[in-house]
Design a protein around this ligand. Structure first.
Ligand code: THU
Length: 529
């Protein structure tokens, strides 16, 4: 039963992206900033290999990291939570969600007034506590709604619970949500009810968020549609507007989020558990609190071993972030940064994937691991990080052994190949040269012809290994003639490994090696259209 866990450490960026200046974020680096704090503790994430990630040279590296690591660049044109999470789930957004530093355009307000029958007060970016103090009385007197925004893509409606019943406020938010689509598709419409009297108005807990539907199929949709479970922890359900979520649990902060994630790990399910830990961003990043941020990081670092201890054999854990929020730069807003990625599991080896373009590669990789069909924007890196299977080690060993038999007086280049049949039998072969050079037989074709001449026609894996006499092996991909010969008998999806040693090889497929191979179908008379 395969399970994928994705933990988003909200806003833990790891350095400015090349276009950071466009976002006003030159020289920002959240992780580097907090690593200078005395509160910064880096034990378990260090063991995972976080210090080995591209650009993280200010952190100590690890010789034998536990996880595969990468630095991911955001493809979407944004730096907010919603767009970041959507990209992790496979969607690239060409433009950022709209923000309204000057307030909402008049036509939006007019339409809102027409649909609700109520006028609007404020219409500016404002602090939530200040806005009710400054406009609360007028709101009570006139019945107009307090509409305000922030640096985020939000349309917030504040109303006094005694004068606008909560259900009615929710209805107004619903109206706004229906109205604010396309060009004015704000990330969230938020109900902000309050009570009390001037100057002691206080906000109640009946805040409610109305998110935007993701603009395409997400990993969550695909996993759920395949019949597997999607378990959302924290604000994930909200970010995806509930779409693709089978079960969810809200959290009251990181410690609670970690407790609830650990509880999720005890459940028997097949599919995805998507977790957001929000404290670093909400409590410390926006408030420019470097030590607080470092402390929150340290708390996660301290609890990471609890996650790892609960992981089952077929679980994979992705730890990443959705954007930056450098607490030491000149503004309180998010920052345009690369995000770190660590991938850990019994089935995962420790590979440094360098810098990759797109958070969305996480979704495609997770979908492939879960065996779920998904057409997200990313590219899977699963084949680069999966540990060798038993078949792969067996075929690699056989190919290496076969290369010892190579008859290569002319090239001194030893090649071995091994084919495993559908029924699990193995046929190996070596290259056999000839004084008449073109008569030479390659290792792959030797193995293939041996197998076919024994009646075998269905294969599931090929391994190829080659090295020059006296030199260490390097990758030896099959030649064109062998690719054509193999494509006669092997499915284009059949895996091929090009072997350096029994535990070190590159995975590819017959189809990748020879797309558009010539086949019997090409000799059929063509219908004239
Ligand atoms: N060779 C193979 O056995 N397989 C290939 O796919 C590439 C080439 C052998 C043929 C020859 O004996 C030597 O490598 C140098 O070309």
């Amino acid at each position: 039963m395969k399970r994928v866990f994705i933990i988003v450490l909200d806003s833990l960026g790891c350095g400015e992206e090349p276009d950071a200046a466009l976002f006003g974020d030159k020289d920002c680096n959240t992780l580097k900033r907090i690593s200078g704090s005395p509160k910064f503790v880096f034990n378990n994430l260090k063991k995972m290999g976080m210090g080995n990630i591209d650009g993280c040279c200010y952190l100590p590296g690890e010789d034998k990291p536990m996880a595969s690591v990468a630095r991911l660049r955001e493809r979407s044109m944004g730096k907010d939570t919603t767009i970041g999470h959507w990209e992790i789930a496979g969607i690239v957004s060409e433009s950022p969600l709209p923000t309204y530093p000057e307030g909402f355009p008049q036509d939006v307000l007019d339409e809102f007034t027409r649909l609700t029958g109520r006028g609007v007060l404020c219409n500016k970016p404002y602090s939530g506590t200040e806005v009710i103090k400054d406009y609360g009385e007028e709101h009570i007197k006139t019945g107009k709604l307090i509409v305000y925004t922030s640096a985020d893509s939000v349309f917030q409606i504040a109303a006094h619970e005694d004068y606008v019943p909560i259900e009615q406020l929710y209805e107004y938010c619903h109206i706004a949500r229906e109205m604010l689509k396309g060009k004015n598709g704000v990330g969230r419409v938020i109900a902000r009810p309050f009570v009390g009297s001037y100057p002691n108005f206080t906000r109640t807990t009946r805040r409610h968020d109305y998110s935007l539907d993701p603009p395409g199929e997400t990993l969550l949709d695909a996993v759920k549609a395949s019949g597997q479970t999607v378990y959302a922890v924290g604000k994930i359900k909200d970010i995806f507007n509930g779409r693709g979520v089978s079960e969810y649990v809200l959290t009251s902060g990181n410690q609670d989020g970690m407790d609830k994630s650990l509880a999720a790990m005890d459940k028997d399910f097949e599919g995805l558990c998507f977790i957001n830990l929000v404290d670093m961003d909400m409590l410390f990043g926006h408030r420019q609190d470097i030590d607080g941020y470092a402390n929150s990081f340290a708390e996660f670092d301290a609890r990471l071993p609890e996650f790892l201890a609960k992981m089952r054999d077929d679980d994979i854990l992705f730890i990443t972030a959705d954007h930056g929020c450098d607490p030491g730069d000149y503004h309180t807003d998010h920052t345009r940064e690369y995000v770190p990625l660590m991938v850990y599991g019994k089935n995962i080896k420790a590979v440094n994937l360098g810098t990759r373009l797109g958070f969305c590669d996480i979704a495609t990789t997770a979908a492939e691991y879960l065996g779920v069909e998904f057409r997200g924007a990313g590219t899977s890196f699963l084949k680069d990080i999966l540990r060798p299977t038993e078949d792969e080690v067996r075929a690699a060993k056989a190919a290496i052994a076969a290369s010892d038999m190579a008859y290569v007086p002319y090239s001194k280049f030893h090649v071995g190949a091994a084919l495993i049949t559908a029924s699990g039998k193995l046929y190996s072969g070596c290259n056999i040269e000839n004084a008449s050079y073109p008569v030479t037989n390659c290792a792959e074709r030797t193995a293939l012809f041996k197998a076919v001449s024994e009646g075998e026609k269905e294969f599931k894996l090929l391994a190829v290994y080659g090295h020059k006499e006296g030199c260490p092996a390097d990758l030896c991909p099959p030649c064109g003639a062998c690719r054509q010969a193999l494509s006669e008998f092997c499915e284009s999806s059949m895996p091929v490994i090009i072997v350096r040693d029994e535990n070190d090889f590159v995975r590819t497929t017959i189809g990748e090696l020879l797309p558009y191979s010539f086949s019997s179908a090409d000799m059929e008379p063509k219908k004239v259209r």
